[in-house]
Design a binder for this molecule. Sequence first.
Ligand code: ZN
Length: 384
Amino acid sequence: MDDDATESRVRRGGEGGSPWSVRIGALAGIPIRIHLTFFLLLLWFGNVSSDQGEGFLGGVVFMLLLFGCVVLHELGHALAARRFGVATREIVLYPFGGVARIDRMPAGKAELVIALAGPAVNLVLAALLGGALFALRAHAPDSAEEVIADAPVLWQLLWANLVLFGFNLLPAFPMDGGRVLRATLSLFLGETRATNIAAAVGQSLALVFAVLAFVPPPVKPVLLLIAFFVFVGAGQEASYQRSRAAVRGLTASNAMVTRFETLAPQDPLSRAAQLLLATQQQDFPVLDAWDRVAGVLHRSALLAALAGEGREGTVLEAMDREPPVVRPDAPLEEVLRLLQARPMQPVLVVGERGLEGMITLENFGELLEIAESLGRTGAIRIRS
Ligand SMILES: [Zn+2]
């Protein structure tokens, strides 16, 4: 119970940002958030560092500087996306790296530029750090080794940026290099084939990593973890790209359910329970007396309210008052993003005439299946 309350507070606290993350500020108008597990990593790294005699604080400071570089890498993606008119909702720092949540990834040359912008930032940072180390060396006539010993953090950061540059350019999804490969191939081969080839290259690379993790011994667990991460990521990216390609050019009105029951805020829960039994519906839009959207009542919220307040409680008390809403002409890619962010929540389609339809993950999945079947015979057009 307490956990639920914390989660919803963290989530609500950030204008719909990623769950379990806290906002620490904004750069270029883009919110920067830290996932709560990141603080565990800081503690762990501080401890390792103090065990090695470098001091708890030294480890934490290096880690924070390193993650500063990761934020700048993600900001590189975000600002490149902005040049193509694509907004970034947030940058989130996880213990394994950063993620820039870009509204939609454009195809072709734009994708290439956006993917390259992140690693390019690391290359520039490495050059700047190299310049700083060179300047230090010019002041101190001693050997390069002494300079490195005097400024270990600069040296470590220089290396870290080169590693970030190289690692991110590996031609494997979900790394930037995977996107670079896909975008380059798609200029010649078409998007679907390009995605499939890039995914296959990524998964082959993952298998090579897995073999290298065992031979030569000893077993290298970090490499094994990377292999697993790349293998799964490549598969997911390929299937996401297929969904995206299938819905390209379609709008919310193409996919929405138009026949469904609605509730009024003052309806008793018993009426909602009746509808749940009598229909296939799991979510019920709630309309006020002027037919405006007041919220959505989910099956799970309804059942919880029935258990708590019984049949006499009202829909108003149980409903979610801030459901995701799109316009009928919103691209389906945007709906896909909303559904992925909160899979249990339907997206309401509201136009000039008020509530026009509703899209759930279930009927979105059906649309994809239909699109895929039609796609094989060369015609992807659904209800348009
Ligand atoms: Zn990147």
